[in-house]
Design a protein around this ligand. Structure first.
Ligand SMILES: Nc1ncnc2c1ncn2[C@@H]1O[C@H](COP(=O)(O)OP(=O)(O)OP(=O)(O)O)[C@@H](O)[C@H]1O
Ligand SMILES: [Mg+2]
Length: 512
């Protein structure tokens, strides 16, 4: 049994104040256990202070050396908020609170297992002061309940994404990832030091497929674009424009966009009007403005679309890394929305038409960096808000990664049941995070003070409090994982070899 860190001084509702024993170290956010009769309570440190039993004027006179006061006590007190109660092995939200003078302990490895933090997709370890304890992970069932990773530049978001996706790859074909890489970082791990990326994952050749605009592998044939895809590409398209597009598609077939572009470039709206009985100039011009914005490098006149390849790979548990660096922001938007909607729709269609085939699909997590660009409440709705709000039953999950959480639509934000909150300094974002996330209401200061790679994890319904974690550094994971994967038998520990050498040497001596 470890030494107590302190004892309870006052309890009110879910707030426990305790005196801290001299020489004990605690930090904001740390988890403590309060033993109370046959129950234990778990609480998180939210505030602390120090004081003495002297009055202010006495303290001043003592500090100035004018007078010295008889024996008095100085003390440190800590406030913690209860989040869990354990009684004979049963864990639940607190039904009561601890008592005056109950002893307080810092969390140990044993507490870590009581807290049941070890989901299958392990991304970090429980932080307790300066130490790290047992593993902390997100469960596979939490993927379709949507998630988000938030934190300012350089706090470790990309590393955390790499870690989570590495676990998803390890769990294939139960799980699969679709990753949109805006900065072209994840393949090689650019910006991660030491540099390790998904290419270094031992399953890279079998479980990961890389698509890059630079290698001309990212083409979306114009003939594969049907009118129903237009609202994904152009969220502001009107009902009239879609109707017109459907009419034109019906009469022109797969090459409809190419034919329209040609007719429009020769004869303007009249050229298009000749192909249909619809003559409204405004609607034709508006539709053609959209169709002509489709970039010819990305949308060549052909039947091939890399998106079909992505859909097929995802269905077989092969994680797809879509590197969209180097594209214009409009092209990036088109690629991400088209790919995500095709994959998500594939899940939805199978669910509706062939439930048994759907059951065999891996649970999908779509990782979207720069998520604020797609989930901004002031912009037209995109496929990503649709996924976040309505795709949970199809086992399609979204991981919205952004340094600017306050720019995410609050309705979508509320649906992100797993949140990895990393260091955030901007007040506006902190207020948004703590105000819109259950169990974070007391963590404002803590969120500002987190170090690189440190985070608070909430993953409902399994983890219903903010767990302080240290995210595993992806390069370390890869270096350790690499050794394991060759399936060589482990070499004998050095101490054992030393022992054998010693015996041999001794045997040698006696034989002399
Ligand atoms: N858990 C960790 N342990 C140790 N180092 C880490 C950890 N997480 C990140 N780092 C290091 O911190 C640096 C920044 O990490 P990362 O690129 O993941 O941050 P980011 O939040 O994605 O930044 P940006 O907003 O610029 O994209 C990298 O050098 C990375 O190796
Ligand atoms: Mg990053």
């Amino acid at each position: 049994m470890s030494e107590p860190a302190g004892f309870v001084r006052e309890v009110k509702g879910d707030k426990v104040s305790f005196f801290l024993n001299k020489g004990t170290d605690l930090s904001f956010g740390q988890i403590v256990r309060v033993d109370s009769g046959n129950r234990s309570f778990y609480a998180r440190v939210v505030d602390a202070g120090s004081s003495s039993t002297l009055k202010t004027d006495e303290q001043l006179r003592e500090a100035e050396g004018k007078e010295s006061f008889g024996p008095y006590s100085s003390y440190r007190h800590v406030d913690a908020i209860l989040f869990l109660e354990k009684e004979v092995g049963k864990i639940r939200s607190p039904t009561f609170n601890p008592d005056y003078m109950d002893k307080v302990y810092t969390a140990t490895d044993e507490d870590c297992s009581v807290l049941r933090l070890a989901g299958e997709l392990e991304i970090g370890r429980l932080r307790s002061g300066k130490h790290v304890l047992g593993p902390v992970g997100i469960s596979v069932e939490a993927i379709p309940l949507m998630m988000g990773m938030f934190g300012m530049t350089g706090c470790g978001k990309t590393n955390c994404e790499l870690m989570l996706n590495a676990r998803i790859i390890d769990s294939s074909p139960r799980t699969v990832g679709l990753i949109f890489d805006f900065a072209g970082q994840l393949l090689e791990g650019k910006g991660i030091a030491p540099q390790r990326g998904l290419r270094d994952h031992p399953l890279f050749h079998t479980k990961i497929r890389y698509y890059s605009a630079r290698e001309q592998k990212m083409l979306v044939g114009l003939y594969t674009i049907r009118p129903q895809k237009l609202s994904t590409l152009f969220p502001d398209i009107t009902h009239h424009q879609v109707r017109l597009a459907q009419k034109l598609y019906k009469s022109l077939g797969n090459t409809w966009i190419e034919q329209l572009q040609e007719a429009y470039s020769i004869n303007g709206h009249k050229g298009v009007a000749e192909l249909t009985d619809y003559k409204g100039k405004a609607v034709i011009d508006a539709l053609m403005l959209k169709l002509s914005s489709l970039s010819p490098h990305l949308f060549p006149p052909s039947d091939y679309s890399f998106v079909d390849d992505v859909v097929q790979n995802v269905g077989q548990g092969v994680t797809c890394l879509v590197d969209i660096s180097g594209l214009s922001s409009e092209e990036q938007y088109d690629v991400t929305c088209l790919t995500a909607s095709s994959v998500a729709l594939h899940y939805k269609r199978l669910w509706e038409s062939d439930f048994n085939a759907w059951k065999k699909l891996p649970t999908l997590l779509i990782t979207l960096e720069e998520a604020h660009e797609f989930l901004d409440p002031n912009m037209p709705k995109t496929i990503f808000s649709d996924i976040a709000l309505t795709y949970r039953k199809y086992r399609v999950g979204l991981n919205a990664v952004t340094p600017r959480p306050s720019r995410i639509n609050p309705n979508v934000f509320a649906e992100l049941w797993t949140k990895v909150v990393m260091k955030t300094e901007l007040r506006r974002d902190r207020v948004y995070l703590t105000g819109n996330t259950p169990y974070l209401e007391y963590s404002d200061t803590e969120v500002k003070m987190l170090d690189v790679g440190e985070a608070l994890l909430i993953s409902e319904p399994k983890i219903r409090f903010a767990v302080p974690i240290k995210v595993i550094h992806y390069p370390e994971y890869i270096d350790e994982r690499g050794e394991v994967d060759y399936k060589l038998s482990a070499s004998k520990p050095l101490s054992e070899m030393d022992e054998r050498l010693k015996k041999l040497r001794e045997a040698g001596k006696t034989n002399l």
